[in-house]
Ligand binder design. Structure first.
Ligand code: G3I
Length: 495
């Protein structure tokens, strides 16, 4: 072990000893096991309930410190309002332009936020060259667009709106007429298959408006999703834009639930509600509907302040033009805090292990990533948690041991997670060590609701952030498994 890790570990060991002697470990466990806490921001409270709470932002407004300050403080997911659409990302055929999308995506990822990709194919906001195309050449161009953009952002996107607004408002649940539809009804499934091939780790969503209640249009989408699931077309989620007037449909929750019952996640993707005496109440109802559906994985509002909204004059958002919290904000936060943690689908974490992939392991309690301390490549280097930055020191591959268990290999060092000196004690140190396929290097991985627990084969104890700390540099150790949120890790595929 290096000097700095020995010194660092001194306090960790003393803390562990103190906790054990004073019987505080059990107290800490109880505190962490308690029902979800009252969060003080939308993102924090939603995360406590296994969900995200996001906002659409515009790259051009990111230099506005009030705007960016609210975004950074309140949200843990982002959608680019316009910057990842076809006209923005492929302004000339075969020439791709990602600068504005990257500003949003990189900002979000550096802060540990999720990214909703919006939108790969849509009848609107197509570049002029695509608007003028038809038939097979348009189909080829569209699928190439899906492949190129989803490949470029591979590993960074929590959910993609693969296809946006493909159903008509004709009261019959028909497909919308468009140049894309005229290439053949199978254009949607072709897009989903291309997106899956390009980014297997992203959730693939269909997204639409006026599908928030049980009506002809939403039933058209429902039938398509049911058909896709029956035929194995890859679809993981349905987005409900939820651009509302002053009231919420009475069957909103029931509609979300009927889609969830098809075996897809549901997400509220573009929420805004017209200002009026019912606005705060309506926001509360939306949050309650999502929290009542275990596969409703998150909510995104379509903008930050009323003055940022595409619905000029409707004042439909959570912050006023000066950035003050509105009554709708307070109702939203209170409704989140009143909710219980009933799942939230799998919250974007991988639900199975791909031994070819690289994962960031994000701790459920702290939101921080499993990290080789100080970029060390040395034997015995300490394993800690650190703010997520997706660096090689935070990327891990699962190596099959052949008995159903895995070693967990660092992309930086090529070494694997190892319980130091084969300790079987609570608080036993986890370090990196050359891969010997020892039982103290093997982990049984169980994934539930999108969170993985790693149980050491030698000791039977599980990988945890010691004491449920939220600090950068907090120690990662083994401890008796009690299903604490500090013992649960989201596997976020990044490569
Ligand atoms: O950037 C140009 C600016 O240079 C120009 O001077 C100005 C003139 O009108 O236009 C600006 O671009 C506008 C762009 O927003 C950025 O503000 C476009 O005209 C305008 O059409 C575009 O509107 C966007 C709209 O999608 C396009 O259909 C909205 O911002 C965006 O909020 C909205 O988002 C959609 C979702 O993607 C899908 N669901 C519906 C939702 C609301 O319409």
């Amino acid at each position: 072990m290096t000097t700095h890790t020995t010194a660092r570990r001194g306090w960790a060991r003393r803390a562990a000893a103190l906790l054990a002697t004073a019987g505080l470990a059990a107290t800490t466990a109880l505190a962490l096991a308690a029902p979800a806490h009252a969060g003080t921001t939308l993102g924090q409270s939603a995360a406590e309930r296994g969900r995200y709470f996001g906002a659409a932002i515009a790259a051009g407004r990111m230099s506005d410190s009030t705007y960016l300050g609210i975004f950074n403080r309140e949200f843990n997911s982002v959608t680019a309002e316009n910057e990842m659409k076809w006209d923005a990302t492929e302004p000339n055929q075969g020439q791709f332009s990602y600068a504005n999308g990257d500003r949003i995506v990189n900002h979000a990822i550096s802060r540990g936020m999720k990214v909703r990709g919006h939108a790969l194919l849509w009848h609107a906001q197509q570049p002029g060259w695509a608007q003028n195309m038809s038939g097979q050449s348009l189909r080829n161009a569209a699928i190439n667009h899906v492949t190129r953009v989803a490949t470029y952002y591979r590993g960074k996107i929590h959910s993609w709106d693969v296809v946006n607004e493909a159903f008509a408002d004709d009261g019959r649940g028909s497909r919308r007429d468009s140049n894309l539809q005229r290439t053949g009804t199978d254009w949607i499934e072709a897009a989903f298959r291309a997106a899956r091939a390009a980014d297997p780790g992203a959730k693939l969503c269909y997204n639409d408006y006026n599908t928030d209640s049980i009506n002809a249009k939403s039933t058209g989408v429902y039938n398509m999703v049911r058909d896709f699931k029956a035929r194995g077309v890859p679809i993981d989620c349905v987005g409900f834009q939820s651009h509302f007037g002053t009231t919420i449909p009475s069957d909103y929750r029931a509609n979300l639930q009927r889609f969830a019952d098809l075996g897809v996640d549901v997400q509220i993707t573009e929420l805004d509600i017209e200002q009026g005496s019912n606005q705060a109440n309506a926001y509360r109802q939306v949050v309650e509907a999502c929290l009542a559906v275990s596969r409703c994985t998150g909510i995104t509002v379509w903008g930050i302040r009323d003055t940022d909204s595409w619905r000029g004059g409707a004042n439909p958002l959570l912050f006023d033009g000066s950035g003050n919290k509105k009554a709708a904000y307070t109702a939203t936060l209170n409704a989140l805090n009143a909710g219980n943690n009933n799942g939230g689908g799998d919250n974007g974490g991988s639900t199975s292990i791909d031994t070819n992939a690289w994962y960031v392991l994000v701790n459920r309690s702290s939101g921080k990533a499993l990290d080789v301390y100080n970029l060390s490549t040395a034997d015995g280097a300490d394993i800690v948690q650190w703010s997520r930055n997706n660096g090689n020191q935070q990327q891990w591959q699962f190596v099959a041991s052949g008995n159903g268990n895995y070693r967990v290999k660092s992309r930086l060092s090529g070494k694997v997670l190892d319980v130091y000196a084969k300790s079987t004690a609570n608080g036993g140190e986890v370090v990196q060590w050359p891969d010997l396929n020892g039982t103290n290097q093997q982990w049984a991985v169980a994934i539930s609701n999108g969170y993985a627990t790693l149980r050491n084969v030698n000791s039977g104890k599980v990988l945890e952030v010691q004491g449920g700390s939220a600090a950068d540099g907090a120690n990662v150790v083994q401890y008796d498994g009690w299903n604490g949120s500090n013992q649960q890790w989201q596997l976020v595929r990044v490569g």
